[in-house]
Design a protein around this ligand. Structure first.
Ligand code: FMN
Length: 139
C-alpha cells in the first residue's frame, strides 16, 4: 500500500468514527435477502433484527416495503418495542411498485419523526451504498 493510500484509508476510518458519534448500531430487517445483501456492501457492521430484540442504545434501521406500500410486520413489532432509540430509517423497494416505491421509509419517518436516510431498489447499487453512507453521516 502506498503512502497516499495509507493516509486516505486512515482518514476514512477517522472520518467514520468522528461522524457517527453515538449512532454506531445499524440494524436491518430482510425477508427475501435483498436488504441483507445491501448490508454486506456497506463498510460498516450491521445486525439483523430478531423476535423480541430489546435495544438500549441508538440505532439506524434498514428495512423493506411490502404489500403495496406497507411496513413489514416484523419491522412494526420491532419498532413498537424499540422506537425511542430509532434515529433514522432506510428502505429497500422495487420501482415496479411506482408511487409505492420504498414508502415504508416515509411511513416510519412520519410515524416516529426520524429522517429518511435513503431508499434503494432491491439490494442496491454502489451509488445507493454511497447515498446511504452520506445519509448516515448527516444523522
Ligand atoms: C408481496 C410483495 C409486496 C411488495 N410491495 C412493495 C411495495 O409496495 N413497494 C416497493 O417499493 N417494493 C415492494 N416490494 C418489493 C420489496 O420491497 C423488495 O423486493 C425488497 O428488496 C425486499 O427486501 P428483502 O429481500 O430484504 O426482503 C414487494 C415485494 C413483495 C414480495
Amino acid at each position: 500500500m502506498s503512502f497516499c493510500q495509507t493516509v486516505t484509508c486512515l482518514a476514512f476510518i477517522l472520518n467514520l468514527n468522528e461522524n457517527f458519534g453515538d449512532i454506531m448500531v445499524i440494524l436491518y430487517d430482510s425477508l427475501t435477502g435483498n436488504v441483507a445483501r445491501f448490508m454486506k456492501k456497506l463498510p460498516v457492521k450491521s445486525t439483523r433484527i430478531v423476535n423480541d430484540m430489546v435495544m438500549s442504545e441508538n440505532f439506524i434501521l434498514v428495512t423493506f416495503t411490502t404489500g403495496l406500500g406497507k411496513i413489514p410486520e416484523t419491522t412494526k413489532d420491532f419498532l413498537e418495542a424499540n422506537h425511542p432509540y430509532l434515529k433514522g430509517i432506510a428502505s429497500s423497494g422495487n420501482k415496479n411498485f411506482g408511487t409505492h416505491f420504498a414508502v415504508a421509509a416515509d411511513e416510519i419517518s412520519r410515524g416516529y419523526n426520524v429522517p429518511v436516510i435513503s431508499k434503494f431498489e432491491l439490494s442496491g447499487t454502489p451509488r445507493d451504498v454511497n447515498l446511504f453512507m452520506k445519509g448516515l453521516r448527516s444523522v
